[in-house]
Design a protein. Structure first.
Length: 231
């Protein structure tokens, strides 16, 4: 993680406080918090939720708070949730006046509320072609001075991040299914199935917020051969 640490140290010469966008359960976020924590007086982690109060998410936040006592967590609606609320997507409470926000909008909101300028993200060039193109335009492919945003993991692969987590004996990341992680996407069957199996109270919260998500899971359970016998 030499390049990531060099990037973080560069940011630490400019500020002693940073915003870190943190997914709670994801490997990039887990590794980044561990990398950033020793270098800043204040790290404010921003968790963007789709559904508030999920127990399995809160357990990861609690772990981070206990391991890094000075870290602060704030939770804000995910930018995708603003579109969902405006449209009444999947039966959620519709608000036609809801302002649709982007990640940049949320970043600016958090900057305004915390007074912290620099923001750190877990984007990697290996995530997608769009991210590769974007990140290669920045200083060292990691720092955008003009927007005061940094991407310390830009040059790394998933296996590099996973290796770091194991080496440092950090909490194992949570992945709901196979392939590219979709996080707590309420239309993602592996996420819904995880909640159904391990945290039924979280599934209830998802359905309370997005009632039509229940049909997505019902249809899957009805038509997937593994569940034809009522499993």
């Amino acid at each position: 993680m030499r390049y990531a640490i060099e990037c973080i140290r560069q940011i630490a010469t400019k500020t002693d406080k940073v915003i870190l966008f943190h997914s709670a359960t994801g490997k990039d976020s887990i590794a980044l918090l561990d990398l950033c924590y020793p270098h800043f007086k204040e790290v404010v982690c921003v968790y963007m939720y789709m559904v508030e109060g999920l127990e399995h998410i809160d357990k990861y936040v609690l772990w981070a708070r206990q391991k890094y006592p000075q870290v602060k967590f704030i939770q804000v609606p995910h930018y995708a949730l603003t579109q969902y609320r405006k449209d009444g997507y999947l039966g959620c409470t519709q608000d036609p006046k809801q302002r649709i926000k982007t990640l940049s909008d949320i970043t600016e909101d958090v900057r305004a509320s915390t007074g912290i300028d620099w923001a750190i993200f877990g984007f990697k060039q290996s995530d997608s072609l769009n991210r590769r193109v974007m990140l290669r335009t920045y200083q060292g492919q990691m720092i955008n001075e003009s927007t005061r945003k940094a991407y310390p993991l830009s040059l790394y692969l998933n296996k590099d991040v996973e290796k770091y987590i194991k080496l440092k004996r950090l909490i194992p990341p949570l992945k709901y299914g196979y392939g590219q992680s979709q996080g707590s996407d309420v239309t993602n069957i592996p996420f819904l199935m995880f909640c159904r199996q391990y945290y039924p109270q979280d599934l209830d919260r998802v359905f309370a917020t997005f009632p039509e998500a229940e049909k997505i899971l019902f249809d899957y359970l009805s038509y997937d051969p593994k569940y034809e016998q009522g499993n």
